[in-house]
Write a protein that binds this ligand. Structure first.
Ligand SMILES: [Zn+2]
Length: 267
């Protein structure tokens, strides 16, 4: 059975959290392990580390401030985040970036928090897990400046256009692809782009509990997406790319291990 790593699970504060143990087990039964839990603000990141400690080798996490929470960024945030990032369970800085779709935080605050976290990732020489929605041009100009000094930069849940994809690839970004691609309406453009992502730059993720793959049959009873569905997404993307599913899964697994420095799982 192929191995998979779900690189973006929104476990905390979500519909998944009450069932953490069974979510982890059901995923592992499908070969999906470890899972990377997203930290979207500093308090949640601290909780994520504590939960990872309860599930050693099964959970890792990120530590950061999502653009939705950027207005909470304060003078001492960088220091707190630096300390959180020292925990061995933290495999990336983030989730950070820009979201001009929801604009939950003012845009100048989003840019400030994003830049501060890129600087932190550079200081700590840790990879960064990023989010961008409807903010391509500002995101690009910021990441262009910081990319040369970053050890690794992943744009998770990429859903952009071909030109955007090419710009990100040219800058050496990794792209995370979710079950969005399985949506026959809004995922159509992404489905056409996915074959053009260089194989060593592609990571797969559920972004659960969001983005349940719409094409799953039989349709799961709950609309809640789960890490155990990652093999379905992998198979779907492999088909789009015209690649052997097992080979594709193996490539993605190794991409994830090397991006997040999880070489202890390398066989
Ligand atoms: Zn995101």
């Amino acid at each position: 059975m192929p191995s998979y790593i779900d690189i973006a699970v929104n476990l905390l504060g979500s519909a998944l959290e009450p069932d953490t143990a069974s979510i982890i087990q059901a995923a592992a039964d499908q070969g999906v392990s470890p899972l990377i839990v997203i930290g979207s603000d500093l308090t949640e990141s601290a909780t994520a580390i504590a939960v990872c400690q309860q599930y050693p080798n099964q959970l890792y996490c990120t530590a950061g401030v999502h653009p939705h929470h950027a207005s909470e960024w304060q003078a001492d945030s960088k220091q707190i985040q630096t300390e959180l990032c020292q925990a061995p369970q933290v495999v990336a800085v983030g989730e950070c970036g820009l979201d001009y779709n929801r604009d939950f935080s003012p845009r100048p605050a989003q840019r400030q928090a994003f830049i501060a976290q890129l600087e932190l990732a550079i200081e700590l020489q840790k990879p960064v897990l990023m989010h961008e929605r409807d903010a391509h041009s500002d995101f690009l100009s910021i990441i262009k400046e910081y990319r040369p000094k970053l050890t690794g930069a992943l744009l998770h849940c990429f859903t952009g256009t071909r030109a955007q994809m090419e710009a990100y690839i040219d800058l050496g970004l990794h792209l995370g692809i979710t079950g969005w691609v399985c949506d026959e309406r809004r995922g159509q453009e992404l489905a056409e782009l996915v074959p053009f992502i260089p194989k060593e730059r592609l990571l797969i993720e559920t972004d659960s509990p969001y983005l349940l793959p719409r094409s799953m049959r039989p349709k799961p009873k709950s609309s809640k997406n789960k890490p155990e569905y990652l093999p379905y997404i992998a198979q779907y993307i492999a088909n789009l790319r015209g690649e052997n599913a097992a080979e594709f899964a193996k490539q993605c697994y190794h991409n994830s291990l090397s991006f997040f420095n999880l070489s202890q799982y390398d066989d």
